[in-house]
Design a protein around this ligand. Sequence first.
Ligand code: SF4
Length: 371
Amino acid sequence: MPGLYIHIPFCKSKCGYCDFYSVAALASIPYFVDALVEEMGMYREVFKSFETVYFGGGTPSILLPEQIEHILNAVRAHFNLLPDTEITMEANPGDLDLAYLAPLRNLGVNRLNIGVQSFNEEILKVLGRRHSAGQAISAIANTRKAGFDNLGLDLIYGVPGQGMTQWLETLTQAISLLPEHLSCYQLTVEPHTPLGKRYGQREFSLPSEDLQHELFMKTSEILEGVGYVHYEVSNFARGMAFASSHNQKYWDHTPYLGLGPSAHSFLNKQRWWNHRSVDRYLSAIKNGAKPTEGMEILSLEELQLEAFYLGLRTKKGICIQDYSTNYSRDILAEKAESFMELRRRGLILIENGFVHPTRVGLALSDSLALI
Ligand code: SF4
């Protein structure tokens, strides 16, 4: 069953490391919400039902509950949503008081991903986040009071000035708050971001590759040791029932519709994406046109390469039978030599009809697919 992604491209301020498209033009939000509703109407003949809805950003929690309600009412009017549809919203800790969360839960939002990033004030400053560690802790308590029983925390490691000890303090604090899901991302410093420019001027250095590897391995060991499943390179769930059903669709080529600026969609080997700029997006919708910027049709070979690359980023791995059915290729015969080498190095296992990465393999997953 397809998933629906809704991109909210607004942030109150820009974090120093952020490479996502987002703007602070908050006055545009009411027009934007109307445009989103218009855009979804353009796809009512293409997509009929969704099993997941995901509000990503930007900062979706910048929207008022009434605006989320307006969007969700339109989704339900245009498409079928299963009764137990996973409805996720990314949220900034600074936005999450009880007065905000209680109506959100009543609207059917049943999964929150809170952008905590760190419980260390200094690290939050380096990242240029607008919230404090204290706000994150109150936000988490508020989500529980509001009745959310599926809570995810996003954390970042490999930040300048953050050694193993500091990272483990944040991780330990996160575990003590018992989230159902944790995403632990390694910081990527993009040259054109404020953090990237400071790095270019040698204001700080980044953790070495060895330390990054240790941080990854330690994180996986600790989280699996306390009962989380390390089900994708950066993602951990307290049992697979709490793994993100929505993100799974990106990894296994399930169709999805993306609404909003820069959102991508996928259906029947076709991928298309919207204009990044909010102005161009709004102007296309105003003119009654789909805000599509580009489109590609993936060949069987491209789909197969993606399936291979994405499969090796998940604990489940690549199903040998599905691969053969979908791409008419015998993966074991085709990759016999590479797989022998990867197994020798302890990076993959082949068992129960799957090729899947070990923990070290997950740490090196970007290079696995190239071997
Ligand atoms: S809140 Fe998220 S999307 Fe917005 S600037 Fe910060 S990192 Fe980027």
